[in-house]
Design a protein around this ligand. Structure first.
Ligand SMILES: [Zn+2]
Length: 473
C-alpha cells in the first residue's frame, strides 16, 4: 500500500462522516422516489432466473456500447459461434421473436437480468405498437449520443447536441459528480476520444457537444479521479507519432500541461503505463490516460476491412486494459465508485455501415465486459457492485438481409460475416438491450414497468441515474 493510498483512505473516512451527517436528506429523497405505474411485474414474473433482491450498490460500473443495438450483439455472436439470440422476423404488425439460440456472451447468461431500454430525447417518445407495425417508424426522431448520454448520466432528458445541460440550458448534475459528493471516486473510460459525447456526459456541461476544447478544459480541471480515452494531438489514426499537433479534440497546450504535470492528474499515455496500472501498480488517486492514437483506438486505422481483423490492429492500449487500470485506481476509495466505460466506436462502424469493423468493436467491448466481470469477482463481489451493459441508441439500423417492409433474421456461421442489411447511416429510435448483474438489479427490474411486445419489459434511459440519485446513494 503506497503512502498516497493511505492518505486517500483518511480523506474518505472524513468524507464518510460528513455523508452520514446528511443521512436524513437521503432518506427523504428515497421516500419521494416513485418507480412507476400500476403495471409493475415482479422480477420472478419477468425472468425466473433473476437474482434475489440485493441492497443498493456500493460501486456502479456502467458499460455502454455506443450504437450497440440488439442486432450488433447478434451479429458478433453469429461471427463468434454461429449462434444467435435476439432475432425477429415477420410482416408489419405480426413480428415475432425467432426461437432458439443460446447465450454466447457472459452477460447473456442466466446470472444476468435482461431488459430493454428506450433512448429517445426530450420532446420525443417511443411507441411499441408503431415500432413493430411500420418498418420505418424508428428511423425518425432519434436521439444523438449527447442527449442520450446526458439522460443516462443526469436523469434528465435533453435536446440533441447538449452535454450535461437540461432543455432550459442549465447544467444538470451527473452521477460522477454525485458520487464525488458522496465521498466516492468517479471516472470515465472510452475507446474513442476522451471528450466525445458519451464520456463527456459524465464529466462536462456544454450546450454544444462540438465545443471540444472547452470540454477538454472542463474535464482536465474536474474532480474526476480517472479520465481515459483517445484523442491524442500528437498521434495519427494508425498510432504513429506526428510532429504538428492535430487539435481536433485537445489543444497542444492542454496536452503540454497534462504531460508536464501542471494539472492535478498523474498523466499516462504509453501502453506500458496502462498495463502497469492494470497490474495494480497504482501510485496516485487521480489519473489522466491518453491513448497514443488520434480518433478511436482502432476503428479509423487505414485500410478497408472485408472481414474482422483482416487489417492488422494498431499497437495501442485496448479498452480492456484501460478498464482494468481505471478500476484499480478507483477501488482505492473505500467508499466506492462510479465508472462509465464506453465501447465508443461501435457507433462509428454503424454510421459507416461497416460490418467487419462493427464486429471488431463489439468484440473489443465484450472483452472489456469480461475483464470487468473478472475484476469484480477478484476484487469486489456482486453483493456490492452493480454492472450494467447497455447502449445509448442503435446506429445504422442493422437488420437481416431481407428487411423492409418486413423484418428478417440475420443468418450465418462461425467465422463468417453474417448475412445482414443496413437501413440508416445514422441512429434509430429503437429499444436497446440492458444486461445487469449485482447489487441494485431488483430496483432496475422494478423500474422496468413499460412493456414492448417483442423486447418485453423496458426502462427509460433516465431511470438508472434517477435510482442512483434518489434511491441508492
Ligand atoms: Zn453516432
Amino acid at each position: 500500500m503506497s503512502f498516497k493510498r493511505r492518505s486517500l483512505a483518511i480523506t474518505c473516512a472524513i468524507t464518510s462522516s460528513i455523508v452520514l451527517a446528511g443521512i436524513s436528506g437521503t432518506a427523504a429523497a428515497q421516500s419521494s422516489y416513485v418507480s412507476g405505474s400500476s403495471g409493475l411485474l415482479s422480477s420472478s414474473e419477468l425472468h425466473p432466473e433473476t437474482p434475489a433482491p440485493l441492497d443498493a450498490p456500493k460501486n456502479i460500473i456502467y458499460m455502454i456500447g455506443d450504437g450497440m443495438g440488439y442486432n450488433h450483439v447478434s451479429a458478433t455472436n453469429l461471427f463468434e459461434t454461429g449462434q444467435t439470440m435476439h432475432q425477429v422476423e415477420g410482416e408489419p404488425g405480426s413480428v415475432t421473436p425467432v426461437e432458439g439460440g443460446t447465450p454466447v456472451q457472459a452477460f447473456e447468461g442466466a446470472e444476468w437480468t435482461q431488459l430493454a431500454q428506450s433512448t429517445f430525447q426530450d420532446g420525443n417518445s417511443y411507441d411499441p405498437e408503431r415500432a413493430w407495425a411500420d418498418h420505418n417508424y424508428v428511423n425518425e426522431n432519434f436521439t444523438d449520443s449527447a442527449a442520450a448520454g446526458t439522460a443516462m448520466a443526469t436523469g434528465v432528458k435533453t435536446t440533441n447536441g447538449m452535454i450535461g445541460i437540461n432543455p432550459a440550458n442549465e447544467p444538470a448534475k451527473n452521477t460522477s459528480e454525485y458520487a464525488i459528493e458522496k465521498g466516492k471516486a468517479a471516472g470515465v473510460v472510452s475507446s474513442v476520444p476522451f471528450n466525445h459525447a458519451t464520456p463527456a456526459a459524465w464529466a462536462a456541461h456544454n450546450s454544444n457537444r462540438n465545443d471540444l476544447h472547452a470540454m477538454a478544459e472542463e474535464m482536465i480541471n474536474s474532480d474526476l479521479n480517472v479520465i481515459m480515452g483517445a484523442g491524442h494531438p500528437f498521434f495519427d489514426n494508425n498510432g504513429n507519432p506526428i510532429t504538428e499537433a492535430d487539435e481536433d479534440y485537445m489543444q497542444a497546450s492542454q496536452y503540454e500541461r497534462l504531460a508536464s504535470g501542471e494539472t492535478d492528474f498523474t498523466f499516462v499515455e504509453e501502453d506500458a503505463d496502462f498495463e502497469a496500472l492494470a497490474n495494480g501498480q497504482v501510485e496516485s488517486d487521480k489519473y489522466f490516460g491518453l491513448a497514443q492514437v488520434e480518433d478511436p483506438l482502432q476503428h479509423d486505422r487505414d485500410g478497408d476491412s472485408v472481414t474482422p481483423y483482416d487489417v492488422p490492429l494498431n499497437d495501442v492500449v485496448d479498452l480492456s486494459t484501460m478498464s482494468k487500470a481505471a478500476l484499480n485506481v478507483l477501488n482505492q476509495d473505500e467508499d466506492g465508485f462510479h465508472i462509465m466505460i464506453e465501447g465508443g466506436a461501435i457507433d462509428w462502424a454503424g454510421h459507416a455501415n461497416d460490418m467487419a469493423r462493427d464486429i471488431e468493436e463489439v468484440q473489443e467491448f465484450n472483452k472489456a465486459v469480461e475483464t470487468v466481470i473478472e475484476w469484480v469477482e477478484t476484487n469486489s463481489s456482486w453483493d456490492e457492485t452493480l454492472v450494467i451493459v447497455t447502449a445509448d441508441h442503435e446506429t445504422g439500423y442493422m437488420t437481416g438481409p431481407n428487411d423492409d417492409p418486413n423484418w428478417s433474421a440475420m443468418t450465418g456461421a462461425a467465422g463468417i460475416v453474417p448475412n445482414h442489411g443496413w437501413h440508416s447511416g445514422n441512429h434509430i429510435n429503437q429499444l436497446v438491450p440492458v444486461f445487469a448483474r449485482g447489487a441494485g438489479v431488483s430496483d432496475i427490474v422494478a423500474a422496468a414497468d413499460q412493456v414492448d411486445p417483442i423486447r418485453g419489459n423496458y426502462i427509460d434511459n433516465i431511470e438508472i441515474a434517477n435510482l442512483t440519485f434518489n434511491k441508492w446513494w
